[in-house]
Design a protein around this ligand. Structure first.
Ligand code: HEC
Ligand code: HEC
Length: 188
């Protein structure tokens, strides 16, 4: 193949990836929604999350600093610009509404709020829990996802962080974590 036709092939491949013309080795945003979209359990919604945070997490999956077999596999072949594309794409969409609100109980939401206040979650995640930069928004997340992540920080399974989240949650019981998920999940 001549250098010219090799260049044309590369350009075409890149174009078809950007336009979504055909299935590619590198996934399109729609393929992320298959798992991250409505009605899922223990999976974060990505819409409206901060670009810097998404970018860091995807890169950490790629380098296996953050371990999850599916996400490690999906991010393997990604280049930095592709990761930046996904982070930018999802950060600009309106946040998805928490879809497991039905199970929330008012007294437990209040108990959860007291724990969040006592533990100063808002000092880093902001008074509105919307976060900033590499500190994620934790507002209105699915309870099952918040619970899985707080337990992963506590039990040293999620270690691609400076250790702040470990020090915050290290002494929390599962029952405290449940209450926190009710409070955070209840925020619109
Ligand atoms: C097969 C299902 C599946 C697919 C497809 C998938 N993900 Fe994930 N993703 C998950 C699961 C499950 C988690 C939570 C893993 C964990 O606990 O670390 C996750 C976590 C993430 C996180 C971390 C979120 C956070 O709040 O910390 C990001 C960012 C992410 N995925 C981006 C993507 C992108 C971008 C795509 C498409 C290119 C994608 N995912 C496709 C299942 C999937
Ligand atoms: C000292 C600052 C600080 C405090 C206090 C803090 N956080 Fe965090 N939190 C962070 C940072 C930074 C991250 C991102 C860490 C990473 O990259 O894994 C994070 C991540 C998280 C995540 C993961 C979100 C996701 O999308 O995966 C959850 C959930 C969370 N915090 C909840 C809490 C709760 C609940 C409290 C209070 C009990 C709390 N945080 C207190 C700084 C803080």
């Amino acid at each position: 193949m001549s250098a010219m036709s090799a260049m044309c092939t590369t350009t075409l491949l890149l174009l078809s990836w950007i336009l979504g013309a055909e299935a590619q080795a590198i996934p399109l945003p729609q393929s992320c929604i298959r798992c991250h979209g409505a009605g899922q359990s223990a999976v974060a919604s990505l819409e409206g999350q901060h670009q810097e945070y998404l970018e860091k997490q995807i890169k950490d999956y790629r380098s296996r600093l953050r371990i999850h077999s599916k996400m490690n596999e999906i991010t393997q072949g990604m280049s930095d610009p592709q990761i930046e594309f996904f982070a930018g794409y999802f950060s600009k969409l309106p946040p998805r509404k928490n879809d497991d609100l039905a199970r929330l109980i008012p007294e437990r939401i209040q108990q959860g709020e007291r724990i969040a206040n006592a533990m100063n979650c808002a000092v880093c995640h902001g008074a509105d829990y919307k976060g900033f930069g590499i500190t994620p928004s934790i507002r209105g997340m699915r309870r099952s996802y918040i619970a899985s992540q707080l337990k992963d920080y506590r039990d040293r399974r999620r270690t691609n962080e400076s250790g702040v989240m470990f020090s915050v949650v290290q002494f929390l019981e599962d029952s405290d974590i449940d209450l926190l998920t009710e409070f955070l999940g209840s925020l619109p």
